[in-house]
Design a protein. Structure first.
Lengths: 253, 253, 253
């Protein structure tokens, strides 16, 4: 359950335009590391931040049980925590950690610079919207296509595939799969590579890579929200979602 | 000689706008399976359809000897057969089977959702237009690029490469290579994955993936036809085609 | 140190619009081959051309010590040499050879049709601009993305990665890695594949593949030059470049 990458671009644009955090890295883990040297933990109920100002890196942990749902409250706390770090010049990178990443959780991971996944079949990653009878938004699609290419994205999105670690690595959804106990240390090694590059050059390069995708989202944001609300409110779609939840319950029970 | 995928998008747009068939799957085989349970075969001279209404799947076989040329007659019959299935709510998927897929045959395969190829060196797949001294249309190029990426598409199109099974799998032109006798059963297993997804979600997702490519074809369709006719009528191009056919004859003779 | 590919598109557009050379192939080597049969060498101080009119191929060697810097003088000589070959109907292909290809050298390689790299850790290839504190222009980015895909290009550009041979092959930056003494012969075999295709079909196909990228460069050329000059003239950027050069010196010393 480990994923290392820098949160940038689409996901930030979604939350708030104009993010300035030089580099945010995403680490995926459930085992919380005991706060680093001189770390003063902060954060809200749902997002725990362990800053290591000396290293210029903060580790951010999602704590929204049972499944880290991306509720409005959670996303608001996430944005506030990222803004705090952005406004503090002593931080140049962030490692985000989580325990599972279907749908929106996968998008957060894809928005980062590098992804590390723990080698445990419990941790799958993917955009499984069609399995629920709904459709991934175009900006989820664009971001997935940027990461794994058009053909793999088409198959993954049509079938709503959730990839276990080995397959996620193979298709390019994650950059590394490591034993669970090495997730945190691997994330720290990975982020060091990004921090070895002059910030201004890396940021402008990243903006160049993601500009088209981010601009498309910004331009069509309002229309996309309206489409989604109208789609999700339909009786037939609500029934489709209920069927999916019912099947989930039956699996567990 | 097996290929499984759902015919959608470009190839349908070419034939007739507004196709509604939920899922068409393409299986590539020469060995005709004896009609399934309760199947009432229909179809024309050149396209044989073996419907299995119970399973919601039809198997469609190309019978246009000697090489399944995509003549106007053949394409018309193909469209009529697909429309029949689209208008019959008991069908949700189609498996197309053929024996070879250079040029236009490759495009039909690429337009499907999944491709299975029999592990037999006789069955090659690719867009070999340059070998004949002609140029693949832009919408063949777009579809190939969507499937195997820009670099591999550039090399394949410049050299007019026909890929034998192992290479086709490696470059991503097909999704599976199986022994010849397992083509049909593999196609049925594959299409079951697509049919496990709610139709509306899968269809909207597919349309989202292929919209840009299909729109570009529709917009430029008339200009493309005129360009092609004017190009193919040139003396120099006709001579180039004759040279290629002559070489083919010499190989056989 | 060998790379085989045909110089086309972006790099030519940069230098001069309207290039007509049917096929230019790029071979990367330091070991100069003793002039071929009946070769009359020509070329300038910095670009040595060994034409083999019988085969229709010329080998072009970069001789701009110590590191084949792409100075105005060098690029001018390169263009003049290519034009000479373009205007001579007996030539259909060019093999370019060089000894190293960071930054601009990498773009020259990417602009070719095929790339061969000698299996020697001394020869790396990549766009390492961010390491110097500068940013690869958008048309470097477009060309890299066409070659290795969006995700790999983003990581490579952000980190300014220089790939050693095995990694360059893995990521798709080069098409073949061979022992140093086989670079030249491999390049000749590779270019023969391209020359087996009718020139008009191959050229039109190549133009179709690269048109979008080349048009974008042509349209934004003046703005890009102005942006670059203004960026590179900044004090902070000049200091960043000085730091990089200082580190290079310290490494050597």
């Amino acid at each position: 359950m480990a994923l290392v990458a820098a949160v940038r671009g689409p996901v930030r644009v979604l939350l708030r335009a104009g993010a300035r955090l030089p580099g945010a890295a995403l680490g995926w883990t459930e085992r919380a590391a005991g706060g680093g040297d001189g770390a003063r933990r902060f954060g809200s109920q749902r997002v725990l931040v362990e800053p290591d100002a000396g290293a210029g890196v903060a580790v951010m942990k999602f704590k929204n049980p049972p499944v880290n749902s991306l509720s409005l409250e959670f996303l608001t706390e996430l944005v506030i925590s990222l803004e705090k770090l952005e406004n503090d010049k002593s931080f140049r990178g962030v490692i985000l950690t989580s325990g599972a990443c279907p749908a929106g959780g996968c998008l957060v991971a894809l928005s980062c610079d590098y992804r590390i996944l723990a080698d445990n079949p419990r941790y799958c990653i993917g955009l499984n919207e069609t399995q629920l009878g709904i459709i991934a938004p175009f900006w989820f699609k664009d971001t997935l296509e940027n990461t794994i290419g058009h053909r793999a994205a088409e198959r993954a999105l049509q079938l709503g595939l959730l990839f276990p670690p080995a397959e996620a690595l193979q298709v390019g959804l994650v950059d590394q799969v490591v034993p669970e106990e090495q997730v945190q240390s691997t994330a720290l090694s990975a982020i060091a590579q990004w921090m070895a590059i002059p910030d201004h050059a890396r940021q402008l390069t990243k903006a160049m890579m993601r500009k088209a995708t981010a601009s498309r989202l910004i331009t069509q944001r309002d229309a996309d929200v309206q489409n989604f609300v109208s789609f999700i409110s339909k009786d037939s779609i609500q029934k489709s979602l209920q069927r999916y939840l019912q099947r989930l319950k039956e699996k567990k029970g």
